[in-house]
Design a binder for this molecule. Structure first.
Ligand code: TMP
Length: 200
């Protein structure tokens, strides 16, 4: 069974590629679920609403809320699915916390890594697909009315997040696929499927 994660800055097109992969896997006959972070459980979806709608939360409080949502998702959805031979696709996972709260907000990377390990207790993605886009395109790819507080953060913040992602991907190259998210959607979906199919 495979645990596949999509990562990337806001507006990179993760959610539509995750959905395209879900449909591709379903139509090819593979058992699969799609989930997202923060979210994917009743508690996680409530925390998502809090995190997305609150104008300002202390970085440490924010970190702990993301981790609480993850702990619930790992224990009640992801681990049971994999145990029952169901593949899992997740729209964001641990690398989001390292990129946003670590590289973006400046919280300690070692602490975040340790907390991620505690929350995941041995679970790690088989493949993380990074949809990479230049920082100056990040907020322009979402319409103004669907932007939340992370989308409207400064270009400097998004640039740090992007560099964070690239740095993690360069340290774990065998478990990461980095794609240029400015390519057409269909081309990206084909590249993703070509990489995933042998893993299944
Ligand atoms: P999205 O899933 O619609 O992209 O929105 C989730 C937002 O939450 C996005 O701005 C990234 C942010 N986020 C973090 O800052 N840390 C995390 O650990 C996760 C999972 C998401």
């Amino acid at each position: 069974m495979a645990f596949i994660v999509f990562e990337g800055p806001d507006g990179a097109g993760k959610s539509s590629q995750a959905l395209a992969l879900l449909k591709q896997m379903e139509s090819t006959g593979y058992p699969v679920i799609l989930t997202r972070e923060p979210g994917g459980t009743p508690l996680g979806e409530s925390l998502r609403t809090v995190l997305k709608s609150s104008p300002a939360i202390e970085p440490l409080s924010e970190l702990l809320l993301f981790l609480a949502a993850r702990a619930e998702l790992v224990e009640t959805i992801i681990k049971p699915a994999l145990t029952n031979n169901i593949n899992v696709i997740s729209d964001r996972f641990t690398a989001s916390t390292i990129a946003y709260q670590g590289h973006g907000q400046g919280l300690n990377l070692t602490d975040i890594t340790r907390l991620n390990q505690l929350v995941c207790s041995g679970l790690s993605p088989d493949l993380t697909i990074l949809l990479d886009i230049p920082a100056d395109l990040i907020s322009s790819r979402k319409s103004k009315d669907t932007q939340d507080r992370y989308d409207s953060a400064s270009g400097a913040f998004h640039s740090k997040v992007r560099q964070g992602y690239l740095s993690i991907a360069s340290q774990e190259t065998s478990q990461w696929l980095v794609l240029d998210a400015t390519k057409p959607k269909a081309t990206l979906s084909e590249e993703i499927w070509a990489k995933i199919r042998p893993l299944l």
